[in-house]
Design a protein around this ligand. Structure first.
Ligand SMILES: [Zn+2]
Length: 673
């Protein structure tokens, strides 16, 4: 782990190199070269004398990842080829997704490979057999068409399938890690298993399904899946179709994917089983082509998992703070009857929201304020909402949906933010997150339009539930959602606000989805996913945020230290300050070593101690008297002289060159220059 310093360029060099390529290039180049030589000679002094020059500390961290292969033969994979940076992320410079800011942190990823013995695979298969459940379920990955009047309506097929409890499989893999040489103590373990011996979709049955008459409502395909249960903790609705996962993990630093499972409706492309793809494309494992094919295939799954869980990018800059202040404005736009039917207090849980964030960043205090208001008490806002309502009853291309155009509402709230939440802070003392949760009547949702399109993809989430816009969060929920169960055999059950508030607030403090780089990441434990509807943050969320905060404080400390050192150049020597610097460097090393061990909460604590020391040193340095005949003044007077001399000499030389050039142009050999 190293720290480097980068000084922001003053732009002079690039200006001259551009000039040198046009017109009298050579002449200007000669002049610039001379000036550069002269300024370079005094360059050190120049930087030392000017404390305003920007110092940006950067940091490189080592990341360890173990790739475990179960049911995949080492001879069918080219590990060296897989390690190539085109196949797997090697050196990643973390950038903020929105805004593009550089975090100053570069990750160097080291991969460890483990191909497990058949004995362990048999043990796993036997464990899976012991928890298997087989049944026939409506499966959205398999559809057929039913004629209703003039039109064909798409329906889900009943498909026989085998299911394994995803949580139990994850726990089993973590407890039986010795079978693949143990989990990495200071890194992540990603498990890739290929188990077509389990009841699985075969090429023949899949081909038959794909080519059969689209109105046929049966299939021979019998896939296997990993199942989870997703229940709304406010209004107890159980989300449907959550049995169809092909991967899971992220309650610890382990994630697994079963390449023989599926296909899952959530991502048909990502979950076409390997045995089906191999036969469809006539891949011969063991041949040169087959080895490269399988290596690239596995690398693609690994690449997504590495970026999703191990080195994710933040959506917004994840500023370190000692207090998250989540201010939730619930704006109830429903009818009185709806309000009576589902009291707003039942739809949101302040404790759950606070607990999620306290666990995520234990060193920060989380406050959650929930303010419920009726929109009739805010007539201007109510008018904006009503004016931007659109009923797309029988829209040919967009389906039937009631929408409120989100952008004008956002525009209004942004311009009137202080009347709702004040003050809004984003510093070390407080990070305020203003949340505006609209509760609409009947089936209305916010819609963030894109050109003509207002569509959505999940049958359980007909439109936009929430959006984290950087300055505020906008959420929409409605009475239909609160009573969702009534339509689908879960009478009296519905979906409340808490999960969406946790998810969107997570974005605001920097977290991205676990499926940002590969849909399969959504098959994991995380409040930042869509599929599993979790209320707690996953290991990847915790690691990411704590690590980002530790890095920030470490980099601020390193910058302070460098500033102090520059200041001390012109001050009398102080043994006290020297001792403080030694102490500071030790504390920084301690913070970095806690990062290496993935003890990020500890790392934040150590980094904060180091930062305090760096601030003490800065103020100590400020108080020290100037050294006699300060170097600073000498340099400051000398620099302009150096420039004048440089330019004069440069111009003289240039004139000589110009003369020489014009003379030689008339000689026999015009190509001498
Ligand atoms: Zn999201």
């Amino acid at each position: 782990m190293t720290l480097r310093y980068r000084k922001r360029s003053q732009g002079r060099i690039s200006k001259f190199s551009v000039d040198s390529s046009v017109g009298n290039g050579r002449i200007l180049f000669s002049i610039s070269l001379l000036i550069l030589i002269l300024t370079a000679a005094f360059g050190n002094g120049f930087v030392r004398a000017d404390l305003d020059v920007g110092i940006v500390a950067t940091r490189t961290v080592n990341v360890n990842i173990k790739l475990v292969f179960i049911g995949i033969s080492e001879s069918d994979v080219d590990v060296q080829y897989m390690s190539w940076s085109e196949n797997l992320p090697k050196t990643i410079n973390t950038q903020v997704i929105i805004g593009g800011k550089d975090t100053g942190v570069t990750s160097n990823v080291r991969y460890y490979y483990s191909f497990v013995q058949d004995g362990f695979k048999e043990k796993l298969i036997s464990f899976l057999g012991s928890v298997a459940e087989t049944g026939t379920l409506r499966n959205p990955a398999f559809t057929y068409y039913e004629r209703e009047g003039k039109s064909l309506i798409q329906k889900y097929l009943n498909v026989s399938s085998t299911h394994y409890d995803a949580n139990r499989v994850e726990t089993w893999l973590r407890q039986n890690g010795e079978g693949f040489g143990g989990l990495l103590p200071d890194g992540w373990t990603l498990v890739f298993m290929y188990l077509p011996e389990l009841p699985s979709a075969t090429y023949e049955s899949m081909r038959k399904y794909r080519t059969q008459d689209s109105t046929k409502n049966t299939t021979d395909v019998h896939p296997h899946y990993y199942s989870t249960v997703a229940v709304d903790e406010d209004l107890e609705y159980r989300l449907r179709y959550r049995q169809f996962m092909t991967a899971y993990g992220n309650r610890g630093r382990l994630w697994f994917v079963d390449l023989s499972a599926g296909p899952s409706f959530w991502s048909w492309r990502e979950t076409l089983p390997l045995q089906v793809a191999l036969e469809d494309q006539k891949i011969r494992l063991g041949s040169t082509y087959g080895r490269n094919w399988l290596t690239e295939y596995l690398a693609d799954y690994a690449w997504g998992a590495v970026m999703n869980f191990v080195i994710p990018f933040p959506v917004y800059y994840p500023s370190y703070t000692t207090r998250y202040n989540i201010v939730v404005n619930i704006l109830d736009d429903r009818t009185d009857a709806e309000r009576k039917n589902t009291p707003i207090e039942r739809t949101v849980n302040e404790t759950k929201i606070r607990e999620a964030f306290s666990e995520l960043a234990p060193y920060a205090k989380t406050d959650v304020q929930i303010l419920v208001r009726k929109t009739e008490d805010l007539p201007a806002l109510r008018r904006i909402v009503r004016d931007n309502f659109e009923k797309l009853e029988d829209a040919t291309f967009q389906g039937s949906i009631d929408v409120i155009d989100l952008r004008p509402v956002y525009y209004y709230i942004q311009n009137n933010l202080a009347s709702f939440v004040s003050p809004v802070k984003k510093d070390e003392t407080e990070f305020t997150i203003p949340v505006f949760a609209f509760v609409f009547s009947e089936k209305s949702f916010f819609s963030y339009s894109y050109k003509w399109d207002r569509a959505s993809r999940d049958p359980e989430r007909p439109s936009l539930l929430g959006i984290a816009l950087g300055d505020i969060v906008l959420i929409s929920i409605n009475q239909w959602y609160f009573t969702r169960g009534d339509e689908v055999g879960q009478k009296g059950k519905g979906i409340g606000l808490s999960q969406t508030i946790i998810h969107e607030t997570g974005h605001m403090i920097g977290l991205m989805h676990p499926h940002q780089y590969d849909d399969l990441g959504d098959f994991s434990y995380s409040a930042m996913g869509y599929f599993t509807n979790d209320y707690g943050f996953g290991q990847s969320d915790k690691d990411f945020l704590r690590h980002a905060h530790a890095d920030q404080v470490i980099l601020q400390t390193a910058t302070n230290l460098q500033k102090a050192k520059m200041k001390l150049e012109s001050r009398v020597e102080s043994n006290e300050v020297k001792a403080s610097i030694v102490r500071l460097v030790d504390r920084l090393k301690l913070a970095e070593s806690e990062c290496d061990k993935l003890n990020y909460t500890e790392a934040v604590a150590r980094a904060l101690e180091a930062k305090q020391t760096s601030l003490d040193i800065l103020s100590q340095a400020e108080k020290l008297p100037e050294a006699t005949a300060p170097l600073k003044e000498q340099i400051q007077t000398f620099i302009p002289i150096a420039f004048v001399v440089g330019i004069t000499v440069g111009v003289c030389v240039a004139l000589v060159i110009v003369k020489a050039t014009s003379r030689r142009k008339h000689t026999a050999n015009p190509h001498i220059f």
